[in-house]
Design a protein around this ligand. Structure first.
Ligand code: ADP
Ligand code: ASP
Ligand code: MG
Length: 410
């Protein structure tokens, strides 16, 4: 007998029929002799609908109230799924995040799970019940509802699996695993049977939303066996594994291509090239809790330089206003910004031991006349910033150039 945590995302519970199909799958798992804890998302589109309602009333709703609102989506799903389970003869109990003992810190809208009290869940499992928990939410020390950021149900599931010492955390979604890139953009993307935590972390942080980045961090830290699979089929899915160094033969040079449209660029022109200038620009932005991603500062023969950086598109206006307010003080001659840009990244641990990946990437993009605006690299990834209108072409081009549709692209 195993203890399994199964998470079902928005599309997987998107209608009454889908919820009934999930109930059948959960019951099948129980009938095979396993204990099952289910974590669910809101029905597809619901979280966006709720955020839309809030924005119709207030440009900047209070974060606390926003959490009270958006957490309701998941509460609907837990009740409906338990009703569906009951209809097919499976005893089940639904719990909100708070009821399931999920304690978080105080940062509304992007809370972190601090601790989980599993007593209630354990006692239900011992009584032969399925436990159905609302993902994406918890409770802070003031007793307020908090949410974990978009895609946060993945993290609820992994955290629950870690706390329960579950044998496996299964993330059921609308694709049958992790692909070499988003299969909706590149139809011949290849499903990977395995990917390392390190690569999955990089893919998630560079925009592949198949798993929320924190869920991968959590799984790596607490040694949770994590699998991504489809709620629509019966395939094995993708196992996220530790890089044990044994699988060199299998190790691909590039494992995947991630992309992110959620980018914006700001350039400060003609600032004096003196010590402290980078801090003078980036410091106030960071103080406003805005994350700066890529940074480029030009070489300046005449002691005057241009400084360019990127932020999340949602933070663009706020960042622009902050830097604009500083421009005079900085001695800048001008400032510009744009939001019609996107980031494409190639990711692979195999890159560590191979030169020439960057040049192959740049060559493939130049063949399609795609201009690179900025570049950033790490040991296991190369990212470029490009015009958003070329994003899909760039992803397809790189997927072809690195022959990711074929396995073993060494
Ligand atoms: P859920 O609602 O189940 O959490 P998400 O929409 O959050 O599902 O994540 C699944 C989606 O992630 C897929 O439909 C797919 O379009 C997208 N995706 C992006 N990159 C990848 C990738 N490399 N492999 C698989 N899916 C990906
Ligand atoms: N419902 C939340 C969202 O849409 C959480 C999740 O689906 O993981 O972001
Ligand atoms: Mg998701």
């Amino acid at each position: 007998m195993s203890l399994l945590v199964q998470k079902y995302g928005g599309t997987s519970v998107g209608s009454v029929e889908r919820i009934q199909a999930v109930a059948e799958r959960v019951k099948r798992t129980v009938d095979q002799g396993h204990k099952v804890v289910v974590v669910v998302s809101a029905m597809s589109g619901e979280t966006n609908r709720l955020i839309g309602l809030a924005k119709d009333i207030s440009v900047q709703p209070k974060p606390r109230e926003l959490d009270v609102l958006v957490s309701t989506g998941e509460q609907v799903t837990i009740a409906l799924l338990c009703m569906a389970l009951s209809e097919i003869g499976q005893e089940a109990r639904s719990y909100t995040g708070a009821q399931a003992g999920i304690k978080t810190d105080n940062s509304y809208n992007k809370a972190r799970i601090k601790d989980i009290n599993t007593d209630k869940v354990m006692s239900d499992l011992d009584k032969g019940r399925v436990v159905v928990i609302a993902g994406f939410q918890g409770i802070n020390e003031d007793g307020d509802v908090t949410t974990l950021g978009r895609g946060g149900s993945d993290t609820s599931a992994v955290a629950m699996a870690a706390a329960l010492k579950a044998d496996e955390c299964q993330i059921y979604t609308d694709v049958d695993g992790v692909y070499t890139t988003d299969p909706r953009v590149v139809p011949n993307a290849r499903k990977m049977s395995r990917i390392t935590f390190e690569e999955m972390l990089e893919m998630a942080s560079l925009g592949s939303k198949v798993l929320q980045i924190r869920s991968v961090e959590f799984a790596g830290k607490y040694d949770v066996t994590l699998r991504v699979l489809s709620s629509f089929t019966d395939s094995e899915g993708t196992l996220i594994t530790k890089d044990d160094g044994d699988s060199v033969v299998e190790q691909a040079l590039i494992s995947g291509i991630a992309f992110n449209r959620d980018e914006a660029q700001i350039t400060v022109l003609g600032v004096p090239d003196t010590p402290g200038i980078a801090h003078a620009i980036v410091g106030p932005v960071a103080e406003a809790n805005i994350e700066v991603d890529m940074i480029v500062q030009n070489i300046s023969p005449d002691n005057v330089t241009d400084f360019t950086f990127t932020v999340n598109r949602g933070d663009y206006q706020r960042t622009y206003d902050i830097v604009n307010g500083l421009a005079a003080e900085l001695g800048a001659t001008n400032m510009s910004g744009r939001t019609d840009i996107a980031k494409v990244s190639v990711v692979g641990v195999g890159m560590r031991s191979h030169a020439g990946i960057a040049s192959k990437m740049f060559k493939a993009l130049s063949k399609e006349a795609i201009n690179i605006l900025m570049i950033s690299t790490s040991e296991i990834k190369i990212s470029v910033l490009i015009d958003e209108k070329y994003l899909e072409l760039a992803v397809r081009t790189l997927h072809d150039a690195f022959e990711l549709d074929k396995s073993g692209n060494l």
